[in-house]
Design a protein around this ligand. Structure first.
Ligand SMILES: Nc1ncnc2c1ncn2[C@@H]1O[C@H](COP(=O)(O)OP(=O)(O)OP(=O)(O)O)[C@@H](O)[C@H]1O
Length: 290
């Protein structure tokens, strides 16, 4: 399954475009959607989930065009984890998911099997008898993910699925999404670059509604090659002056001074050496220099 956006624009008010002429194709596997706050990620996902009609442009799921008469067949193939989801506070985790499974028309025995599997995969087995209102934020996020997975959709759309999860749970959820994506399409939106570095080989970068990059992680890394530097500074004042001139992506204090990572089109005019590009560097490079 592949999903294609063609010149999609969403304008909430005149002159304010949450998405501005965005075109790219989401093939099967895990596909990343990266962008700062307000970049347009949630808007794009809502369009893909059929919850929002674009002001102009088209979306196609394989050859099926996103039009109201096609929505029922499109929606059957979609699972969606929105950024905010409130589920029945007085039901237990299991009751809530069984109810949602029933609404999706999943046969009872099959629903039970899937629930056992996904509750184990998301480490929620021991919490399944808790009421939804008793769960922590990270647990609610995982229940939300199960509701999106339960129907085993061909196209899974997940909006920041790892928010509020501890490091071990993050890794488990990322691995679950990679496993789930075999033979399916998963759109994974986040502003945590690390999550995408670990899961996907292709992505789109958005900024203020515009598409800055769409393609492979490899090609994105290549773009920042020769523009990432490691500078060694001895004094805090030197670091401050470097920060005023260049885009600093990270700083590390060491015994003999400070190591500063700089993203710059030209070699900084301080002692420095080229660094191996990370996805975070490449993201900062395309977001600021292209
Ligand atoms: N219903 C709405 N009405 C008016 N403006 C909106 C609406 N929804 C979103 N916007 C605006 O559209 C832009 C994109 O918002 P969106 O929520 O899609 O960004 P995002 O990339 O998901 O951000 P975040 O990472 O903070 O969740 C923002 O400027 C936002 O204020």
């Amino acid at each position: 399954m592949s999903v294609r956006l063609e010149n999609v624009t969403v304008a909430f008010q005149k002159n304010v475009k949450a998405l501005d002429d965005v075109s790219f194709t989401i093939p099967s596997g895990v596909y990343g959607l990266l962008g700062e706050n307000g970049a347009g990620k949630t808007t794009l996902m809502r369009v893909l989930a059929t919850l929002l009609k674009p002001s102009s442009g088209d979306v196609l799921m394989n050859h099926l065009v996103y039009r109201e008469n096609n929505y029922p067949s499109i929606q059957k193939k979609i699972g969606y984890l929105p950024q905010e989801l409130s589920l029945y506070p007085n039901l237990t985790v299991r009751e809530c998911l069984e109810y949602l499974g029933g609404l999706s028309g999943i046969p009872k025995d099959e629903c039970k099997k899937r629930l056992d599997y996904y509750l184990e995969k998301t480490s929620l087995e021991e919490h399944q008898k808790k009421k939804m209102k008793q769960l922590s934020g990270g647990m609610k996020r995982r229940v939300g993910l199960i509701q999106a997975l339960l129907n085993e959709p061909e196209f899974l759309i997940v909006d920041e699925p790892t928010t509020g999860l501890d490091p071990e749970e993050r890794i488990r959820i990322r691995n679950l999404l990679v496993e789930f994506a075999v033979g399916r399409t998963v759109l994974f939106s986040t502003h945590v670059v690390e999550d995408l570095a670990a899961t996907c080989s292709q992505l789109t970068v958005l900024k203020k509604g515009k598409m800055l990059y769409s393609g492979s992680v490899k090609e994105l890394l290549k773009r920042a090659e020769g523009h990432t530097w490691i500078c060694r500074m001895e004094e805090e004042a030197q670091v401050r002056s470097l920060e005023q001139k260049y885009r600093v992506s990270s700083k590390q204090i060491q015994e003999d001074g400070m190591t500063v990572r700089v993203i710059s089109s030209e070699k900084p005019d301080v002692p420095c050496s080229p660094a191996k590009v990370t996805l975070e560097d490449a993201y900062i490079y395309v977001s600021n220099f292209q």
